[in-house]
Write a protein that binds this ligand. Structure first.
Ligand code: GLN
Length: 448
């Protein structure tokens, strides 16, 4: 914990942390030492970790990357925070992120962009950019993230680490600030699949405070790693993921080589088709903003969060508090989402998007009749320059062309390092069937 705190201090230029909590971390570390002396230590006892600043932490500011919550100190812990603390992990602080998890580059944060430790003029990806950079720079061995359309996997790919988005419902969303509730899922970020498996074992589990949390038994994912080898594993390669438009040639080459390595280790790659892949980004940008516009209506300047100075009346209070508290991307999503849900447009946009979402889910269901996992690139390019896509939201949205369908279908997926292109890391994505995390992590571990 002491060396993690020192490393965080000396890596200030990365801007990976919004808040560092040295006193409570050192107290927790001492308690972990005592537990170890009593012989009560588990795999995470005394391990310094950091939480994405979207998870509520009792007594510690939880900003969600927004001016709106710059002054928000929650009175309770998120389920994930509580579970990891009980497992003995030591929280050293809260990591920077895109505002309300809306973004793919960590540039929408009220606290400024995070720098990618591989090349400090480039983005670390987003929205869990601080969590990714913290692991990539070796500040802490593991962090938490959230993934609504790619926010764990894409930053993991861009910073050369591993990141897992579990099955929707595997990890409780209690105390995790909501963006798009039918897509949001918490997951771990770390160097290796083995570390992810240790983190997931501690994070997963049933919780009645999240009505969408699944009452499925939790496996010891680390113990299961060796049971799921690459031998005979049927790996689907979606045609649509390998000739996608805007795909970087260096990324394609690195992923092809990774697939050859899977084959050499005994896996059986075969081509498959996910015919509705091209519809995932447009469908997501109806559903996610619609749910966000509803979730973010609670930030009204009345109960908590930013309140404007000297409001004239209630309407002025709402308007100015929200106008000042939210950034540009968040406002864009609220406007798009409110429009999509408005009377007369609901059937044309939201309902239609839900129907196409079903088709995307069915594509995966058919694929998993033939294969055990699906492999492909995590993101179409390596880390891009800070500022490069900041003024072009549609270009930015395309960073998630390979990750978004997974959220729409509620499936688990992991991104693992798969070589480099132009000196920057490339990620390979492995997608599994619902609640098949053990097999997914086993395959990733076998590859690593
Ligand atoms: N980049 C996507 C977005 O901006 C996904 C973000 C996420 O997964 N939280 O919405």
């Amino acid at each position: 914990t002491e060396s993690a705190l020192a490393a965080i201090d000396s890596a200030n230029d990365l801007n990976a942390f919004v808040t560092v909590t040295p006193e409570s971390a050192l107290a927790q570390a001492r308690a972990a030492d005592d537990a170890r002396r009593r012989g009560e230590a588990g795999a995470l006892t005394g391990v310094p970790i950091a939480h994405k600043d979207i998870f509520c932490t009792a007594g510690v500011r939880t900003s969600c990357g927004s001016r709106m919550l710059d002054n928000f100190v929650p009175p309770y812990d998120a389920f994930v925070v509580e579970k990891l603390r009980r497992a003995g992990a030591v929280m050293v602080g809260k990591t920077n992120m895109d505002e309300f998890a809306m973004g793919s580059s960590n540039e929408t944060s009220w606290y400024g962009p995070v720098r990618n430790p591989w090349s400090k003029d480039t983005v670390p990806g987003g929205s869990s950019g601080g969590s990714a950079a913290a692991v990539a720079a070796g500040l802490v061995p593991a962090t938490t993230g959230t993934d609504t359309g790619g926010s764990i996997r894409q930053p993991a790919a861009l910073t050369g680490i591993s990141g897992l988005k579990p099955t929707y419902g595997r990890v409780s969303r209690y105390g995790m600030i909501a963006f798009a509730s039918s897509l949001d899922q918490a997951g771990p970020m770390a160097a290796t699949a083995e570390d992810l498996s240790i983190m997931l074992t501690a994070m997963a589990g049933f919780d009645r405070r999240d009505s969408t949390c699944a009452d499925e038994p939790v496996t010891d994912y680390r113990a299961a790693l060796e049971k799921h080898t690459l031998k005979g594993l049927r790996v689907g390669l979606p045609r649509e993921y390998f000739n996608a438009e805007g795909m970087d040639a260096g990324v394609a080459m690195a992923v092809q080589q990774a697939i050859e390595a899977l084959r050499a280790a005994g896996a059986e790659p075969r081509e498959i088709s996910l015919p509705n892949s091209g519809l995932a980004v447009p469908v997501y940008y109806v559903i996610a903003p619609a749910e966000a516009s509803s979730n973010l209506s609670r930030f009204d300047g009345v109960r908590y969060g930013h309140r404007c100075a000297e409001p004239r009346d209630l309407e002025d209070l709402y308007k100015r508090s929200r106008g000042e508290g939210f950034g540009e991307e968040v406002k864009r999503r609220i406007m798009v989402g409110t429009y999509a849900l408005s009377a007369g447009y609901y059937d044309a946009y939201y309902l239609k998007a839900q129907q196409v979402r079903r088709m995307i889910r069915d594509d995966f269901a058919r694929a998993f009749e033939q294969v055990d996992v699906i492999a492909g690139p995590t993101a179409p390019s390596v880390a891009f320059a800070i500022g490069e896509k900041a003024d072009d939201p549609v270009q930015m949205y395309l960073s998630d062309i390979f990750t978004i369908a997974v959220n729409l279908a509620g499936l688990p997926a992991v991104s693992i390092p798969a070589g480099q292109s132009g000196g920057l890391p490339v990620g390979m994505q492995l997608i599994g069937n619902h609640f098949d995390e053990a097999r997914l992590l086993g395959a990733a571990h076998g590859f690593q």
